[in-house]
Design a protein around this ligand. Structure first.
Ligand SMILES: [Zn+2]
Length: 418
């Protein structure tokens, strides 16, 4: 298989990509545009951007597609979301979770995603979410990279047997240890939970991804505790802080001190801008905080930061369509990253940076890597972002898993009749 007339990120020329046995074997610079070849499985990219697959590093597949069941979150707060989810939890069963998770995965794949990190709630004595999603991960292992986070939604230490359930989830096979220190009853319990998360990750050799300081409270400072633990245990690249929305409200002097630790620790960040702009700032009158972590500042400090959707039609967020380009568009606006330099590498936040966060191996368009890629409408990061077009093609191990015809305007543009 060959992909001709392909643009690659940060390169102005056209390229031909050669694929054999599901791997990239040659990436050749072209001398101008090539005509279609007669070989059946060749693809003409037509000057569009060939990009590494999108990565969804933060979503809750066990809760996806449950908005309004049995009641809607009317206030729009994170805490009412947790209450509504508590009402939905007793209705969970394997078939229900499986059906919704598969529909959501399909939606994500249709929009160029090939790797997903999902959280699975462990504060449920049956651990049905963890069991179902781990089984699905194993079943889909040749089709998609799926990581399951053992996530104690109602607290690891504040929920009865929360710690025991967390350990059971890791025994079942969850890939990542999660946490929610800001939701534990006290600061002491929150700190203790972070210590336990790191201990469990070491004991079971797992990654870490903590819902960290997802609150507007400027005194919620579990991030420094998590980063410090990661630094002292030398495991920063395996540790992720999700949300960190309290950082939006931190005093600037404190933040300046904090960034030194964050940089030294090497931990990763995930921001979910659509979710946070919706859930945070709910206790403010006016002015209202945006409640999104300092994505621009983290990028400028060369700290790894990526973006996730968090929810698709669930008790916390009742919109969402699986399109990471939409999430990226929101982030550029909300975090005021609309200088030309911000655009040039914008796609990093839904591709390379997310892959680094998930510790994905052999990711990216390189000779020898599996031929996993997507085709995007546009010729560079900026034009793809501005156009907000559809993903035209998704290829995994050299096989087409999704193909879409670009939308065409049928009627004559009225302006030409003037
Ligand atoms: Zn989340």
């Amino acid at each position: 298989m060959q992909i001709i007339n392909a643009r690659l990120r940060q390169k102005p020329e056209l390229f031909t990509l050669h694929i054999e046995n599901g791997h990239f074997t040659k990436i050749e610079k072209q001398d101008g545009t090539l005509a279609d070849t007669s070989l059946n499985d060749d693809i003409n990219a037509d000057g569009n951007l060939v990009c590494a697959p999108f990565v969804e590093p933060h979503i809750h597949l066990d809760a996806a597609l449950t908005a309004g069941e049995p009641e809607w979150n009317q206030s729009g707060t994170l805490f009412e979301g947790i209450e509504r989810w508590s009402q939905r939890k007793p209705m969970l069963n394997e078939a229900d979770i499986r059906k919704r998770a598969l529909s959501t995965i399909e939606l994500l794949v249709q929009n160029g995603v090939q790797a997903i990190r999902t959280h699975a709630d462990t504060t449920d004595p049956t651990l049905i979410g963890v069991r179902t999603l781990c089984a699905l991960r194993d079943e889909l292992k040749d089709k998609i990279d799926l990581q399951v986070v053992a996530f104690p939604q109602d607290g690891m230490l504040s929920y009865p047997s929360g710690l025991k359930l967390m350990e059971e989830a890791l025994e079942i096979g969850a890939d990542v240890v999660g946490g929610i220190p800001h939701f534990e009853y006290t600061r002491e319990l929150g700190e203790k939970s972070v210590k336990l998360i790191i201990e469990l990750a070491k004991k079971y050799d797992r990654l870490v991804d903590v819902h960290c300081d997802e609150i507007d409270d400027p005194n919620s400072r579990f991030l420094e505790f998590l980063a410090c633990e990661a630094l002292f245990h030398d495991m920063g690249d395996k540790v992720t802080a999700s949300h960190t929305t309290a950082m939006h409200s931190y005093d600037n002097a404190y933040c300046s001190k904090l960034f030194r630790l964050l940089k030294n620790s090497g931990i990763n960040f995930i921001s979910c801008p659509t979710e946070s702009i919706h859930l945070q700032g709910r206790f403010d009158t006016y002015p209202k905080r945006r409640g999104v972590t300092r994505v621009k500042e983290l990028r400028e400090a060369n700290i790894n930061v990526c973006l996730g959707q968090d929810s698709i039609f669930d008790p916390w967020y009742s919109l969402g369509n699986g399109k990471l380009l939409r999430t990226l568009d929101f982030a550029m606006h909300i975090c005021q990253m609309m200088g030309y330099k911000d655009y040039e590498s914008a796609l990093d936040m839904i591709t390379d940076n997310s892959a680094k966060t998930m510790c994905l191996e052999n990711y990216g368009i390189k000779i020898g890597n599996p031929a996993n890629f997507i085709l995007l409408e546009g010729f560079d990061d900026y034009s793809v972002l501005r156009k907000q077009g559809e993903v035209l093609l998704s290829v995994r191990h050299g096989e087409i898993i999704m193909q879409r015809q670009p939308a065409q305007v049928i009627s004559k543009p009225w302006i030409s009749t003037i």
